[in-house]
Ligand binder design. Structure first.
Ligand code: FES
Length: 167
């Protein structure tokens, strides 16, 4: 559950407490970032700076780790995160049309979270499933070879609280 803006101080306090309880801070950066992402839902610059300060390390080191590992994110995520692959194979097979369909259907652009916090949309580079292009990841599911209009019914399923696979 991501930190809500009116609880930000409590969120920082929780993270600080986690860091203070670590047996050693040396080599704990990934564990701390994991905890921070669990608390805040994502890792914006302020949170990265806080982690750097508390661990007495350079913010550039924190940024390096956050940007290296794909499970860390610097942008907020909705309850149902959608990632669209914009790698070459997916792009050629019409990934941009899928982005347009998502935008039209749930009014969400790349880098945004819906107002109700239910969906977020981000773009990723090749996810290694080029034979399934164009590919969309929703939560932990991969939807491949998407044809025009299919993403709408998939999203409708998530809106109703169900999901379905097409591969
Ligand atoms: S380009 Fe999309 S999976 Fe490879």
């Amino acid at each position: 559950m991501a930190c809500k803006s009116h609880y930000v101080d409590e969120c920082y306090a929780e993270l600080k407490q986690f860091i203070e309880k670590l047996p050693t801070q040396k080599g704990a950066l990934i564990a701390v970032l994991h905890k921070a992402q669990g608390i805040f839902g994502f890792l914006p610059e302020e949170v990265q700076d806080f982690v750097a300060k508390e661990l007495h390390i350079n913010p550039a080191e924190v940024y390096g780790v956050v940007s290296f590992y794909s499970f860390f994110t610097m942008t907020p995520k909705g309850d149902t995160p959608i990632s669209i692959c914009l790698g070459t194979a997916c792009y050629v097979k019409g990934a941009e049309d899928i982005v347009a369909e998502i935008k039209e259907h749930i009014n969400l652009d790349v880098g945004q979270v819906s107002e109700d916090g239910k969906f977020s949309l981000d773009a990723v580079r090749c996810v290694g499933a080029c034979s399934l292009a164009p590919v969309v990841l929703i939560k932990d599911k991969v939807y491949g070879r998407l044809k025009k209009g299919e993403i709408k019914s998939i999203l409708d399923g998530y809106m109703k609280g169900e999901s379905h696979e097409n591969n």
